[in-house]
Design a protein around this ligand. Structure first.
Ligand SMILES: [Zn+2]
Length: 323
């Protein structure tokens, strides 16, 4: 008898990853294609369908039948109708693109749509850092800040699919305006671009910092990675940036912890690789503000699945939607 596997698609602004994933979370087939997001959405989706069909055929030769496809969207979606509402990092924003029905027409298998970080949260719960726990909060720190919530062993996405939008917890009530319309959102203070902006300010103000040497004076080369490198070498300005960001993240997480009372907080995303100083500041930020429930019993751990989490999570979402 043929075994069933699921297609997972991780739609990114630069590249799109497509994989066939077994029920046990093992990647059977994988392919990465350039998204070329400046093209009409229809063409992007057609390329995804071609790669998905190739994946389906390759999985068949391994004895697997594909039972459905899950796709992770980097933005706001109507997850029930499978329509994109706003993809901030796509040139034409993809407003109103019916991605679910387009893919279902092309592939004749059920398609399930989910926010990209919610998919990563599901992957970490089923196969990664959160395997053994019943409740967790995931935060992914990168160009933006996303997140997800697991309660009673399952991903909880909320009425509109927005449960876990931790990047939009207010951390400075009178703060700067965020892309979402609110003021003082976490994302505006602790995301990768927010850290880079602080470093650039220090450089322009002619502060003494190792960051300048690391980028050889070229301001375009300042990244969260460079800031982390300078911090590890003991640079005060870089350390301050990481500690401040960590403290904001901890502040937002303490709010989320009060709502969920989780066993675990999972920290992922590119910026999370900044290392121990950021983690320590996040831990401290939580402890400083969380009194009503015990904070010292919350496990704060790094994500485990890395770059594969997106396709594993979206395939798993498809599996759980098509039992
Ligand atoms: Zn916001």
């Amino acid at each position: 008898m043929e075994k069933t596997a699921f297609l997972g698609v991780d739609l990114g602004g630069t590249n799109t990853k497509i994989a066939v994933v077994s029920r046990e979370g093992e990647i059977l087939v994988r392919e990465t294609i350039p998204t070329k997001a400046m093209r009409p959405a229809k063409e992007v989706v057609e390329d995804i369908a071609v790669a998905a069909r190739n994946g389906q055929l390759a999985a068949q030769t391994k004895g697997y039948q594909v039972g459905g496809l899950g796709i992770g969207i980097p933005g706001l979606i109507d997850w029930q109708e499978g329509i994109c509402l706003l993809l901030p990092n796509f040139p034409n924003k993809w407003q109103g693109i019916p991605i679910k029905s387009w893919l279902e027409e092309a592939l004749s298998i059920p398609v399930s749509v989910i926010n990209d970080v919610r998919a990563i949260t599901l992957a970490e719960k089923r196969f990664g850092a959160g395997k053994g726990v019943n409740s967790l909060i995931m935060i992914a720190i990168g160009t933006g800040i996303g997140g997800g919530v697991v309660v009673n062993g399952n991903l909880y996405i909320g009425k509109d699919g927005g449960a876990g939008e931790l990047g939009h917890i207010t951390v400075e009530p009178q703060g700067v305006r965020c892309g979402c319309g609110n003021r003082g959102c976490l994302e505006a203070y602790a995301s990768g671009p927010a850290m880079v902006a602080q470093a650039l300010r220090a450089l322009v103000q002619q502060n003494d910092t190792l960051i300048r040497d690391l980028v050889e004076g070229d301001l375009n080369r300042v990244t969260p990675k460079v800031i982390a490198q300078a911090a590890r070498a003991g640079d005060e300005i870089a350390r301050e940036i990481l500690i401040k960001s960590g403290s904001y993240i901890g502040q937002a997480l303490s709010c989320a912890c009060v709502a969920v009372n989780p066993e675990m907080v999972v920290i992922g995303g590119g910026v999370a690789q900044a290392g121990e100083l950021l983690f320590e500041s996040i831990r401290q930020g939580i402890e400083e503000r969380l009194f009503i429930i015990p904070s010292n019993t919350i496990q704060i751990v790094p994500a485990e699945l890395g770059m594969d989490a997106g396709v594993i999570g979206t395939a798993t979402w498809a599996k759980e939607k098509n039992r």
